[in-house]
Design a binder for this molecule. Structure first.
Ligand SMILES: [Zn+2]
Length: 297
């Protein structure tokens, strides 16, 4: 079975369990933005600026309709361990991937992680003999896929971190934190619920951007999005033949590639259909992790 077909099937079965929420007013269609092009410091900055503008604008109506503040987050691109109130580099807690810092409402975007994610995914695809079909589907050469796609990959990382910003604005970040820091038997599951909800929200905003025509959506873009989410779930050494991601026995921390892609795809479908990404993703992640959904304003 081809990977894409397997993923679409698992997304639709999950979405089928979700309630459909009120449609969101589509963003005004204009020239679609993208993160295409070869990575240079300038194109990378332009890519993240585009993602911040487009993705934030898609979330803001959902927040304001609930009476919540929709003040955009600060966005900071880092090339080395950033000084910030959430990660203390002096204690060895060095940031590699992008992250959200609630203490200063900043999305820190790694300038180097996403190239690694997409490159490693392509290498694994080659080992599993599916890179040729990937290249055909994305209209790229195998050689090009193997060089990685830092820009679009970083946009996907950013979309996940922006999901944490939405959780923060909605007041549910603290709700998740209280439970994951607790001593209850499901404490660890609440961390997974918060993270998988953010993956779902990454999918939602990218699906919404694709459907509203505000972001160019091509087979290649979808490939880079999936490659990034899969690699964020850890290395792919447990891959089964035909590049199928093994289902986790139990979801740990952020979740593995199977869980992360499943929630991402569920979110993408919610976004494409105009469903509410905040309520829908909170419900999807709660259902998947066996936790209570957070109360929403
Ligand atoms: Zn996260």
């Amino acid at each position: 079975m081809k990977r894409a077909a397997a993923r679409i099937a698992c997304a639709s079965s999950l979405v089928a369990t979700l309630l459909c929420f009120a449609a969101i007013t589509p963003a005004t269609a204009s020239t679609p933005e993208s993160c295409s092009g070869t990575r240079t410091p300038e194109s990378f900055r332009a890519c993240i600026a585009s993602a911040a503008r487009v993705y934030t604008a898609l979330w803001q109506p959902l927040l304001t309709s609930r009476g919540l503040s929709a003040t955009p987050p600060i966005v900071d691109i880092f090339t080395g361990p950033p000084l910030n109130p959430c990660v203390d580099a002096t204690e060895g807690d060095v940031a590699v991937a992008s992250f959200w810092c609630d203490k200063n409402r900043t999305v820190y975007v790694s300038s180097f992680a996403s190239r690694y994610w997409t490159r490693e995914y392509a290498r694994e695809a080659k080992r599993q003999h599916v890179l040729a079909s990937d290249a055909q589907r994305t209209h790229r050469t195998q050689h090009r896929l193997l060089r990685g796609f830092a820009n679009q990959g970083a946009a996907t990382e950013f979309a996940h971190e922006l999901g944490h910003w939405v959780q923060h604005q909605a007041g549910i970040e603290a709700w998740y934190t209280e439970r994951l820091m607790g001593t209850g038997p499901k404490a660890a599951a609440y961390q997974s619920a918060a993270e998988l909800a953010a993956d779902c929200m990454a999918g939602w905003v990218q699906g919404r951007a694709a459907a509203s025509g505000t972001w160019r959506n091509t087979p290649f873009v979808r490939w880079a999005n999936h490659a990034t989410i899969a690699e964020l779930g850890g290395d792919l050494t447990g891959m089964r033949t035909h590049f199928r991601f093994p289902r986790e026995e139990s979801v740990i921390a952020h979740g593995g590639p199977y869980s992360r892609l499943r929630l991402y795809d569920a979110g993408f479908a919610l976004g494409a259909s105009g469903s509410d990404g905040l309520a829908g993703c909170a419900a999807a992640a709660a259902s998947y992790t066996g936790t209570e959904p957070p109360p929403l304003p």
